[in-house]
Design a protein around this ligand. Structure first.
Ligand code: TRP
Ligand code: SF4
Length: 409
């Protein structure tokens, strides 16, 4: 894959979730399923964004603490594997705040004012006073969350794409302003030496060929060589790429969004499933409650009586079948609904059984974690430490290029 100043060499994934309450099926299909896959493909950092929660809940922070732990229990219960990824709390890694502050120095106000979620959310959450400094900075804090780990990929929903776009712009501006590393050439030389004689000479050959003739095969050969150098640090590899491509250092790489491939799960009323619409099924909801919520769901309005024929495409229950039922059952619904061969109650019972069944293992695991909070806290403590190590490394570079390393000896 060609690199050209972007980030395919950055194999880290970062994503965060605000601790706003129990996770529901919408989170599961929209976010968690994605994470479950990514955790085995990349080095993943998943965190609970408690500072982001404060930007909108600063007047009543009581629930945040509890929700933080509940969120971790939900993640773990879904199969997020702490052996495969780091789970941590944003506010326990103060480097996020430091980077946010430093980025704020060079981020034009207009960039933040133009992020569409800024006005949209103010509109939507009218009852809250969101004309705050913190709320305006929301997407920049998110940029810091991502850039602190030099993440290459960020799994997010559609609504977050503008925040990723801002992050990319900020990274570009940062690299433009500060990307001239001191002693760059010396550091490149040192990194070349670390590769060993044979690889060093392949690297230098590719470099020469590419720079003299623009031969992209030579470029790719050089890039492949660098990416195979597992013993070199990320910074060293970055320097070698930069040098090969004839540019100065990329300190903060531009991340790419990974959009969820799954269609949005509809809520109980047919709108998008979301807590603010009060149309959710929580992952840890009691079977009786799930059964009841589905039983009273609206259906195709044409089916007033049992003998009326219906059309599943006009019924929110159908969208649950599409996710939870086998092909066979779906055919049974399609056929039975359009011919009035089945009643809505049987149709609903079938899907609520399927949902309850699929949540069983999650709920069982959640109970285990709930009764072993010490384990949960230990997992998170380790995650915080590991995250800090990485973020601190980035911050050291950032402080250095921004003139903030004041040695007193
Ligand atoms: N703003 C994100 C949301 O509401 C949460 C978030 C905060 C996030 N920081 C992040 C997501 C960094 C991805 C990466 O969903
Ligand atoms: Fe909806 Fe099923 Fe009733 Fe058809 S039979 S209207 S799909 S609940």
């Amino acid at each position: 894959m060609s690199v050209s100043g972007t980030v395919s060499e950055y194999q880290r994934v970062v994503s965060g979730m605000r601790p706003t309450g129990p996770l529901h099926l919408g989170h599961y299909h929209g976010v968690i399923k994605n994470w479950l896959k990514l955790q085995y493909e990349y080095e993943c950092f998943f965190f609970v964004a408690d500072w982001h929660a404060l930007t909108t809940h600063y007047e009543n922070p009581e629930a945040i603490e509890e929700n933080v732990w509940e969120t971790f229990i939900d993640w773990l219960a879904c199969g997020i594997n702490p052996g495969a990824c780091k789970l941590f709390i944003q506010s326990r890694v103060p480097e996020h705040a430091e980077l946010h502050l430093l980025l704020s120095m060079m981020t034009p106000l207009g960039w933040l004012e133009r992020v569409p979620t800024y006005k949209d959310q103010q509109e939507k959450l009218k009852e809250k006073d969101l004309a705050t400094y913190g709320f305006l900075g929301y997407p920049l804090l998110q940029s810091a969350d991502i850039l602190a780990y030099k993440a290459g990929f960020v799994p997010v929903g559609e609504d977050q794409v503008s925040h990723l776009e801002l992050t990319r712009e900020v990274a570009r501006r940062f690299n433009h302003l500060y990307g001239k590393e001191q002693d760059f050439e010396e550091k490149v030389q040192a990194a070349v030496t670390k590769m060993g004689k044979k690889n060093a000479s392949i690297y230098l050959d590719s470099l020469k060929q590419y720079q003299e003739t623009g031969n992209t095969e030579a470029l790719e050969r050089g890039q492949a060589l660098i990416s195979s150098q597992g013993n070199l640090s990320l910074s060293d590899r970055e320097r070698l790429y930069g040098y090969l491509e004839g540019r100065s250092k990329i300190i903060l790489p531009e991340p790419h969004p990974i959009l969820s491939a799954n269609a949005k799960l509809a809520g109980l009323d047919g709108q998008k499933m979301s807590k603010s619409y009060n149309n959710t099924i929580a992952l840890r909801e009691e079977p009786e409650s799930i059964e009841k919520k589905i039983r009273i769901m609206p259906t195709d309005p044409a089916r007033v009586r049992r003998t009326d024929k219906g059309n599943p495409e006009k019924c929110p229950v159908w969208s649950l079948h599409k996710v939870y039922s086998s092909q066979e059952t779906q055919q049974w619904v399609m056929q039975g609904c359009t011919t009035a061969g089945i009643g809505c109650l049987e149709c609903k019972k079938s899907v609520s059984d399927a949902i309850i069944e699929s949540l069983k293992p999650i709920q069982e695991r959640a109970l285990e974690y709930q009764s072993n909070m010490r384990l949960v806290k230990e997992i998170v403590r380790e995650g915080c430490e590991a995250a800090r190590d990485v973020a601190e490394e980035t911050l050291e570079e950032v402080r250095e290029v921004m003139g903030l390393v004041h040695r007193d000896k």
